[in-house]
Design a protein around this ligand. Structure first.
Ligand code: PEP
Ligand code: MN
Length: 288
């Protein structure tokens, strides 16, 4: 310790073997239809929280593509706190996702909640999302590890980064090394926002793992007016991408309307984001 300081440095924890930076100092870059996640370009994945109709999904997809998103998000299976809330369109939602994927040419990311759905959802998804509530669903992690589709693994809202990296290790240990990590906010004592977006996670994960790290400021804040600021902060802190909720009419959204960006907010935010990316020596990957 330097003389004159009174803090004890925190020992850097190492990560489990397959996810550790030492095991792949070159870092993992995951390529999906020409979109590279984990490289120098920042990838924006955007779309509605839940797929609601062909019109809602296709119109929202058109808007996010025009703003510069290169991956479309949308949930067909939704993990809701209340069993009486909209649970997603399920198989019908997957069909709509497939239609909109062929209309727009955008690859898609969608959530899988159950081991029994993995094979079917993997048939539609370019990236399978495992949500915060399932980060330590070990059978689901193993099933994700058995398939050959990239996995977007969200951080558990009450998980430490060490637990998070061990969850990712389950997927790699089964043979699937295409894992994208996503910081989406954790539970703290602070009630002003839906969760506390832990931007510390970005540099800490970058020190410990070779996997790409993206940030979800929509769930991380819970309020659309905070999303542009926290998106810029995430890019400045070294995130490889963003996962954003955008809805063509957020006031009518069946899920997470208050945190979903209006189309014009998204377009404006993307403009600002480009400048922040340039300032940190990166750029935003744009649609063809
Ligand atoms: C989502 O992305 O729609 C979602 C449910 O996220 P999380 O698992 O982070 O709550
Ligand atoms: Mn949501």
């Amino acid at each position: 310790m330097e003389s004159g300081t009174c803090h004890t440095p925190i020992t850097k924890q190492s990560a489990p073997s397959l996810v550790s930076l030492e095991s792949n100092p070159g870092r993992t870059v995951i390529e999906i239809n020409g979109v590279k996640i984990g490289g120098n370009e920042i990838v924006v994945m955007a779309g509605p929280c839940a797929i609601e109709s062909l019109e809602q999904l296709s119109e929202t997809a058109r808007i996010v593509k025009s703003g510069g998103a290169t991956i479309l998000r949308g949930g067909a299976y939704k993990p809701r706190t209340s069993p009486y809330s909209f649970q997603g369109l399920k198989e019908e939602g997957l069909d709509l996702l497939d239609k909109v994927k062929s209309i727009t040419g955008l690859p898609v990311v969608t959530e899988v909640m159950d081991t029994r759905q993995v094979e079917a959802v993997a048939g539609y998804a370019d990236i399978l999302q495992i949500g915060s509530r399932n980060m330590q669903n070990f059978p689901l992690l193993e099933e994700a590890g058995n398939c050959n589709v990239p996995i977007l693994l969200k951080r558990g809202m009450m998980a430490t980064l060490d637990e998070y990296l061990h969850a990712a290790e389950y997927i790699l240990a089964r043979g699937n090394s295409s894992v994208i990590l996503c910081e989406r906010g954790i539970r703290t004592f602070e009630p002003s926002t839906r969760y506390t977006l832990d931007l510390n996670a970005i540099p800490v994960l970058k020190q410990r793992t070779h996997l790409p790290v993206i940030v979800d400021p929509s769930h991380g804040t819970g309020y659309r007016d905070l999303v542009p600021t926290m998106s810029k902060a995430a890019v400045a802190a070294g995130a490889d991408g963003l996962l954003l909720e955008v809805h063509y009419h957020p006031e009518h959204a069946l899920c997470d309307g208050p945190q979903s960006l209006f189309p014009e907010d998204f377009i404006k935010m993307m403009d600002d984001l480009r400048k922040v990316a340039e300032a940190v020596g990166r750029s935003i990957h744009l649609p063809e």
